[in-house]
Design a protein around this ligand. Structure first.
Ligand SMILES: [Zn+2]
Length: 277
């Protein structure tokens, strides 16, 4: 699933591709359930003729500002992929939403698993108001994270995956950040020292920045893996220390990396660097 670095890479691709300033002339919806809100007819009517004024990101949501003040939000979930195509280019399949732009291109949305969702709303906080702080926001400082975390109880992994605690993290970057901090994913938040909390703040940001620099993490191949708007794979997979490296040696201590299930999520740890509580 695309996480913060992958979604930011998509947002950058949309900006590079000149989406800001484009007018949306036609809207085709092949899979109505992709449109979470409003209904498909109101969605098409509300979007037709609108100009895109901004492309941003919050957590794992893409946020497209429109010239009438409304907002188009897109969550890629498992396999959502956005790309530009010439209007006369044949469909690649699984293209559930197609926006015809005023420059004879189309912005196409492909999603083999069909879990991705789009919203067209007047107030974006209806959809993203629940999100916690942005981990890479310069205004989000170590002291803020230490304070938030010191109020929480329970295992670290599900807490870090909770988008209302901190936005944008998923399975990949949580496993990487916990390994780098030397913290077991089942360690209880209330047992951490302030030093542990500061270290975790740092490793979360480092893991995300590394992912961003590599333009995301692409696992495997085929239509379901992450690709940028330009079809490029992210190269962060080569830089992963534990995620999906079960059976390989820990880069820090050579202990064999193990896979376990924490909060129903597949989790990867070094049993030496991350001592079970
Ligand atoms: Zn280790």
């Amino acid at each position: 699933m695309p996480e913060l670095p992958e979604v930011e890479t998509v947002a950058e691709g949309l900006r590079e591709g000149g989406l800001v300033g484009c007018r949306i002339d036609t809207i085709t919806v092949h899979w109505p359930r992709t449109i979470a809100r409003p209904g498909v007819a109101a969605f098409r009517k509300g979007l037709r003729g609108r100009q895109v004024t901004s492309v941003g990101r919050r957590g794992k949501f893409l946020i497209l500002g429109l010239d009438n003040g409304r907002t188009l939000l897109i969550h890629l979930r498992m396999t959502g992929h956005l790309f530009f195509a010439a209007a006369d280019e044949a469909s690649h399949g699984h293209e559930h939403v197609v926006l015809g732009l005023d420059d004879r291109r189309e912005l196409r949305y492909r999603d083999t698993r069909k879990f991705g969702r789009w919203w067209l709303v007047s107030d974006a906080t209806d959809v993203i108001g629940h999100l916690g702080p942005e981990p890479l926001d310069p205004a989000f400082r170590s002291a803020d994270f230490v304070k938030c975390l010191s109020k929480r109880r329970g295992a670290l992994k599900p807490l870090l995956l909770n988008q209302s605690f901190i936005a944008g993290l998923g399975n990949i970057y949580v496993d990487e950040a916990l390994w780098a901090a030397g913290l077991h994913p089942e360690r209880k938040a209330e047992t951490l020292s302030d030093e542990d909390r500061k270290r975790l703040y740092r490793t979360i940001r480092e893991a995300l920045r590394r992912g961003l620099r590599s333009m995301g993490t692409t696992l495997g191949s085929g239509l379901t893996t992450f690709r940028s708007v330009w079809g490029r794979k992210g190269t962060n997979r080569d830089k992963l220390n534990v995620f999906r490296r079960t059976g390989h040696p820990c880069p820090r201590c050579d202990t064999t990396i193990e896979r376990l299930i924490v909060g129903q999520r597949s989790t990867h740890i070094c049993p030496t660097c991350q001592q079970r509580p």
